[in-house]
Design a protein around this ligand. Structure first.
Ligand SMILES: *Cc1c(COP(=O)(O)O)cnc(C)c1O
Length: 477
C-alpha cells in the first residue's frame, strides 16, 4: 500500500506509516492511496457477523497493512467499545423510509469521534513503526466539533500533545464549554477572533512556517494535524458506511446488493469522501448527496463546476458546515482528474479564490454526486415537522442533510446529537426555554451523559487571540 501527494506529478511514494506521521505532504498536498483496496462480496458476507470494531479493523488494515491486523483490532476495541461509546457505536434508525446513521454515540456526541477516537492510536502505532522518538504536537483548527473530539482522542496519550484553535464566531455555547473544560495534561485550547476559515488558514500557515519548524525541533517536537487532511483521520470513516449498509439490509429497508443513495451534511468534505471511497471499494451505494447550509460553495460547485470562495460567509445554526474551503475536495479532484490537474486547481484557488471544471469534468462528478442547500429557516421547519410527524429529533446538521435526501429511500448521515445544538433545536420546536433540561422535558429524550458532565467541570482555558497572533501563540504564552 503506497501513498502519494495529490499535487505531485512525479508521484513520489510514501508508506502508510510515513503518510500518517507527516499528515500533510511536503508540497502542501494531501496523501492519497496509489490504489484503492476492494471489499469483496464474500468479505461483506463475513462482516455481517462482526461487531463495529472488527469491521473498522478490517477496513483500516486494508489501508495500513504495516500496522498489523491484530494490533489494529486491539486498538479498535479500546476506541469503539463501551463505555467510550454506547454499546452500539454507530446505530441505524429507520424513520419514514429513511435510514439515519447516528454517528454521535461517542464521548463528544458528534461524528468526529468515529475517526478521532482511533486516529491518535494509529498515529502512535505509525510513529513506533517509523522509529519516531520526537513528540507529535497536534495543531488543529476547529469549527467546533473537531477540536473537542481531537482532545478527547489525544488526552494523556504518550509522546503527543495538542493545541486547538477555535473561532469565537459560529461556535455554540455548548461547544465552547466543552472545549474550555477539556481535561488532560497535554492539551491546550486557544480561541481566535474570527471565523473558521480564518483559524484554518492560520493553522495551514503554521505548518508552512520555517521558524515554527525550527522551534518545534529545538523542543524535540514535530507538528502534525488532526484535521481531516490526515489520511488516518479519513480512512476510519469508511468503516461506518460499510456497517451502515449491512445494518440497512438487516433492517429489511433494502435487499442485499440493492443500492441506496446517501445524503451527507458536509463541511470539509471528509465524511462524504469516505462514503464515496466506500462505494468505490464495493459497497452498493448510489448517489452521494452533498448537503450544505447557506454557505453553499459546494452546492454551486456541483451545479456549475465553478468552485468560488469569493462570497460572503454566513454564521448559521449548523456551524460545523460553515466552511468555504473544503480541504478534502482536493482528494476527490486527484482521484478523478489526476495530480497535475489538481495542482493547477489548487494554485488557482490560492491565487484567485476559485477554480473551474471543464464541462466533461463536471459530467464525471455529476454522475456520482448530488447536492442541496438548506437555509436556517428550512432547517428549523424540517426539525419541527420530523418531530411532530415521527417523534424523531434531529440536530441542525442532520436536518440540512434531510433536505437533500432522495425522495425514495435514503441513507441520511446523522452527525450530531440534537443536544449539542440545543438552542437552535429548541427554537425550531417553538420552545421558550432553550436549555438541555427543557429540551429533554419537551421531547421526552435523554440528555447524553458527556454533555451533562461539562457543566460540573471547571473552566481551564480562557485565552483569546487575534488572527494575526495565532502563529506567535503556538509557542509563546
Ligand atoms: C464536522 C461536521 C460535519 C461536516 O463533516 P465534514 O467531514 O467536515 O464534511 C457535519 N456535521 C457535524 C455535526 C460535524 O461536526
Amino acid at each position: 500500500m503506497k501513498y502519494y501527494s495529490t499535487r505531485d506529478s512525479e508521484k513520489k511514494y510514501y508508506s502508510a506509516p510515513e503518510a500518517i506521521c507527516k499528515g500533510l505532504a511536503p508540497d502542501g498536498g494531501l496523501f492519497v492511496p496509489a490504489e484503492l483496496p476492494l471489499i469483496s462480496k464474500k468479505e461483506m458476507e463475513e462482516y455481517r457477523g462482526y461487531g463495529y470494531e472488527r469491521i473498522a479493523a478490517e477496513i483500516l488494515y486494508k489501508f495500513f497493512p504495516e500496522l498489523g491486523k491484530a494490533e489494529i483490532l486491539a486498538e479498535c476495541e479500546k476506541a469503539y467499545r463501551y463505555p467510550n461509546f454506547d454499546p452500539t457505536p454507530a446505530p441505524v434508525k429507520i424513520v419514514d423510509d429513511n435510514a439515519f446513521l447516528e454517528l454521535w454515540h461517542g464521548p463528544t456526541c458528534a461524528f468526529k469521534d468515529m475517526a478521532l477516537q482511533i486516529m491518535p492510536r494509529l498515529l502512535a502505532m505509525a510513529m513506533k513503526y517509523c522509529g519516531e522518538t520526537r513528540v507529535a504536537h497536534i495543531v488543529t483548527a476547529t469549527s467546533g466539533d473537531t477540536g473537542k473530539a481531537a482532545m478527547e482522542g489525544f488526552k494523556d496519550l504518550e509522546q503527543t500533545r495538542i493545541t486547538v484553535y477555535y473561532p469565537t464566531d459560529g461556535v455554540s455555547e455548548t461547544q465552547k464549554r466543552q472545549m474550555a473544560t477539556q481535561e488532560g495534561s497535554n492539551v491546550n485550547v486557544i480561541a481566535v477572533r474570527g471565523n473558521f476559515d480564518d483559524a484554518q488558514s492560520a493553522v495551514k500557515a503554521i505548518f508552512a512556517d520555517e521558524e515554527i519548524k525550527r522551534i518545534a525541533e529545538e523542543k524535540g517536537e514535530f507538528l502534525s494535524s488532526a484535521n481531516s487532511i490526515n489520511i488516518a483521520r479519513l480512512v476510519p470513516q469508511v468503516a461506518y458506511y460499510v456497517s451502515a449498509y449491512i445494518d440497512i439490509v438487516k433492517s429489511g429497508l433494502i435487499k442485499d446488493g440493492e443500492t441506496i443513495d446517501v445524503s451527507v451534511p458536509t463541511g470539509n468534505f471528509g465524511d462524504i469522501l469516505a462514503g464515496w471511497l466506500a462505494k468505490k471499494m464495493g459497497v452498493p451505494l448510489g448517489k452521494l448527496i452533498c448537503a450544505s447550509n447557506r454557505n453553499r460553495v459546494l452546492t454551486d460547485f456541483f451545479i456549475t463546476g465553478v468552485y468560488d470562495t469569493r462570497r460572503p460567509f454566513y454564521a448559521t445554526t449548523s456551524p460545523s458546515m460553515d466552511i468555504l474551503i473544503a480541504s478534502n475536495l482536493e482528494r476527490l479532484l486527484c482521484f478523478s482528474f489526476g495530480t497535475e490537474q489538481t495542482a493547477a486547481f489548487m494554485k488557482s484557488l490560492k491565487e484567485d479564490g476559485s477554480f473551474t471544471l471543464t464541462p466533461a469534468q463536471l459530467d464525471i462528478l455529476e454522475a456520482e454526486f448530488g447536492c442541496s442547500s438548506c437555509d436556517d429557516q428550512s432547517t428549523a421547519e424540517i426539525i419541527k415537522r420530523y418531530f411532530d410527524d415521527f417523534g424523531y429529533l434531529l440536530d441542525t446538521h442532520t436536518a440540512a442533510a434531510l433536505m437533500g435526501a432522495s425522495r425514495d429511500k435514503c441513507l441520511v448521515v446523522s452527525t450530531a446529537s440534537p443536544y449539542k445544538f440545543a438552542p437552535a433545536v429548541a427554537d425550531a420546536l417553538g420552545m421558550k426555554e432553550k436549555t438541555h433540561e427543557a429540551l429533554s422535558k419537551h421531547t421526552g429524550t435523554q440528555i447524553p451523559a458527556p454533555l451533562k458532565d461539562i457543566y460540573k467541570k471547571d473552566i481551564r482555558f480562557t485565552r483569546v487571540v487575534d488572527k494575526a497572533d495565532i502563529k506567535k501563540s503556538l509557542y509563546l504564552q
